[in-house]
Design a protein around this ligand. Structure first.
Ligand code: ARG
Ligand code: ASP
Length: 722
């Protein structure tokens, strides 16, 4: 956009730009930096060029960044394919390698030699080789009057062709992603390595220090990292696991800066952010925070309180529910932060102001009028229409997601329909597979806890969902129980065969037909079916239709915003799990009146939070010893050990494990979270309170070297000291 503006206007335009976008907002496509961002980045202190970040002719920063298993980011930090990511990204893998005798989650794990590095079937690391704009080819058959379905199939046909004809090596893959709500399409040529081995992880008392209490919170003191290594075939290309594979020789490995970060220093984060919605109308933002977030928070609030009360009383339940609690709490807390942040920064009023300007400019231009007139109003109207359906969807999914008796009912019903399709002959095998898959679930299941959750959530569901949406079957059950969720739950849990592994086994001992007959009569399965039928019959269809309409109008509104507001704002595509660059400055913030947060934390803060024996705030003896002796080796500064820092980089879920780089493109930290007040950055970025949280790279190295003694890893890195 900027390139088209003639010179004298540039200054004015740049001034105007600051009105609706902030220097640090945005998740930018790496191949477009030179046109859109390079100048600003240099102005903020960057010393390298856009071509050092993304280059298809020689190794550049992007060649050190991988999508880690599709859910996190990781980066190459040595010429031997050593990968750095978060502890919470490696968590599942570390857990899988753990046993009671060798509890790597609790004690940490360090491969002393290459031979001890542990393979992980299913885990992969994907590099981005090249990104091409294929919009023209993708959209060439699209005609104005097409329905959404016709449009999509016309596009899909072309996308198939584009992928077929894409220039690439035989071992590479392609992927096409829509950007700007489907106004643009980009082709990604990728290289995926599937032999990714676990190299090291600190104990959870470092890697998950502060656990749920500190999650989304600043000041933070977590050493949230783990290390892996990419192995390749002898030719350096992707190869399935083999003991003959060799460490990958990457096109680029990140040099590691030992210099730390100062206030207002330029920082940059490269990674794979998952999903954002930055271009919603104010109506939708309002709905998100006031209606749907609120419904989800209400349901999870109740579930979490119950889990917590049992976990505090019973150590067995504490172990069983720790992981469930953490995953339920993660987004519960995020949504609360989002609700609060939008309110605190007047997010809705500011969006409305933006829309007023948009409407004004639109009104003054007949071409735009013709193209986009009425789009925003129609979109708002659809959002108002979808509201009760969207709210019900969230009540429904939180109910069946948090009451495990319903979750397991759905699993059993799916298994039975699969078994009936495949026939009696295969039942024996399918049954043992199913039972085996359910064993870990029941190991962590407590029917008393689950029943209490059910009592609470059924009551909230009944309050939140209009009778016309919940369906006759459910309404009947609810009437018969006199709208008493305690009485209803008592009955469900007393009579159901799904409340324990033993009962489930006994049920499945019978021949298939008998099982089916009994499950039809099982009250828990019956309730799950009634809930599902109510949802499918009364909500899914209108919800999906409205959503399709919204998608179409969001696409038009997106293009309208780009055209109409292009002189006042720079546009970046919403996150969609593709490689992005975001940049900002190291800085603290004011979370509320009278409080100012600094941007750095130190090991002293770990010791301040230390609670001996606590499951969140215990500290390993070895770390205390190093702290007491101030034995920080080359990693400390002025007798202190830096731990975490924050900056105004615009990140989201999926950016975990992303490298934080300095002005020279050297690694200074590892991204792992955002501050609570700023989690609304997914729908409303505001530089005053949106901060990403990173572990200082020197803390990572200190733990690897001084704490764990795994110096062989330090030796393969390139440490930049001056
Ligand atoms: N809030 C961080 C991110 O979404 C970290 C989550 C993992 N840590 C935890 N304590 N649950 O996803
Ligand atoms: N913790 C998130 C992740 O796991 C990052 C974030 O949401 O800021 O990707």
């Amino acid at each position: 956009m900027l390139q088209r503006i003639v010179k004298p206007l540039l200054v004015l335009a740049l001034l105007a730009l600051t009105q609706y976008s902030y220097a640090t907002e945005g998740m930018w496509l790496p191949q477009l930096l030179s046109g859109l961002n390079e100048k600003e980045m240099k102005g903020m202190g960057m010393k390298i060029s856009a071509a050092d970040i993304y280059n298809i002719n020689k190794g550049s920063l992007k060649d050190a960044i991988v999508s880690f298993g599709g859910f996190c980011t990781a980066e190459v930090i040595s010429t031997q394919g050593l990968l750095l990511t978060n502890h919470h990204c490696g968590y599942g893998v570390i857990q899988k390698h753990s046993s009671l005798q060798n509890n790597f989650l609790e004690n940490g794990f360090w491969a002393k030699t290459a031979v001890e590095e542990l393979p992980n079937p299913g885990l992969f690391a994907t590099f981005i080789v090249r990104i091409d704009d294929v919009t023209k080819a993708a959209l060439q058959d699209v005609q104005p009057g097409m329905t959404e379905k016709e449009r999509q199939s016309a596009i899909d046909k072309r996308l198939h062709e584009i992928r077929q004809n894409a220039r690439k090596e035989s071992w590479q893959e392609t992927m096409i992603k829509p950007m700007f709500e489907g106004n643009q399409y980009f082709l990604f040529v990728t290289e995926t390595y599937r032999d990714v081995r676990l190299v090291g992880a600190p104990p959870s008392s470092i890697g998950k220090f502060g656990s749920d209490t500190d999650n989304w919170v600043w000041p933070r003191h977590t050493g949230d990292f783990s290390m892996f290594r990419i192995y390749a075939g002898k030719d350096g290309r992707p190869a399935p696991y083999s003991k003959d594979n060799v460490p990958l020789k990457p096109k680029h490995a990140l040099p590691i800066s030992m210099k730390g970060v100062k206030q207002n220093d330029f920082t940059m984060v490269l990674g794979f952010p998952g999903r954002t919605n930055e271009y919603l109308p104010s109506e939708a933002v309002k709905q998100t925070v006031e209606v749907t977030d609120a419904a989800k928070v209400e349901m999870r609030d109740a579930a979490l309180k119950i889990m917590d009360s049992y976990m505090r009383k019973d150590p067995q339940i504490k172990i069983q529910y720790a992981a469930k609690y953490a995953s339920t709490a993660n987004y519960w807390k995020k949504w609360m932060g989002e609700m609060q942040g939008v309110k605190q920064t007047n997010g809705i009023a500011r969006k409305q102001q933006y829309e007023a300007t948009y409407r004004q400019l639109l009104a003054g231009n007949p071409t735009w009028q013709q193209q986009y007139g009425g789009v925003l109003d129609s979109l708002n109207s659809l959002y108002r229409q979808i509201q009760p359906y969207a709210q019900t969807r969230d009540y429904y999914s939180e109910l069946v997601g948090n009451v495990e008796l319903f979750t397991v009912s759905d699993k059993l019903l799916n298994f039975l329909s699969d078994a009936r399709q495949k026939g009696e002959g295969q039942y024996e095998t399918l049954r043992s597979q199913f039972l085996e898959s359910m064993a870990p679930f029941y190991q962590n299941y407590n029917a008393t806890v689950d029943k209490d959750i059910c009592v609470s959530l059924l009551a909230l569901y009944a309050q939140g969902v209009p009778a016309r949406f919940s369906g006759n079957e459910y309404n009947q059950i609810w009437q018969v129980s006199n709208k008493d969720s305690r009485a209803l739950a008592n009955q469900l849990y007393a009579a159901s065969a799904l409340t324990s592994m033993d009962k489930l086994k006994a049920l499945l001992q019978q021949p298939l037909n008998a099982v089916v007959a009994q499950v039809w009569k099982d009250p828990a399965a019956g309730m799950a079916i009634a809930l599902r039928n109510g949802f499918v019959e009364n909500v899914s269809k209108p919800l999906n239709e409205l959503q399709l309409g919204i998608n179409k109008l969001q696409r038009t509104y997106m293009q309208a915003q780009i055209d109409v507001m292009g002189s006042k704002k720079r546009f970046y595509p919403d996150a969609n799990s593709t490689l992005r660059v975001t940049y900002g400055k190291a800085d603290g913030y004011t979370p509320r009146d009278g409080v100012r947060y600094d941007f750095y934390t130190y090991l002293d803060g770990v010791m301040e939070k230390y609670i001996p024996g606590d499951y969140e705030f215990d500290v390993p003896a070895r770390l205390i010893e190093l702290y007491k002796k101030k034995d920080y080796g080359q990693y400390g500064v002025n007798g202190k050990m830096p731990v975490c820092f924050i900056a105004s980089n615009h990140t989201t879920g999926g950016n975990s494990g992303s490298p934080a780089l300095n002005a020279n493109g050297h690694l200074i930290g590892l991204n792992f979270d955002r501050t609570w007040e700023g989690t609304m950055s997914d729908i409303n970025y505001d530089p005053s309170i949106c901060r990403n949280i990173m572990v200082d790279i020197r803390y990572v190295l200190f733990i690897v070297d001084k704490f764990a003694g795994c110096t062989r890893l330090i030796d393969e890195m390139n440490l930049v000291k001056k």
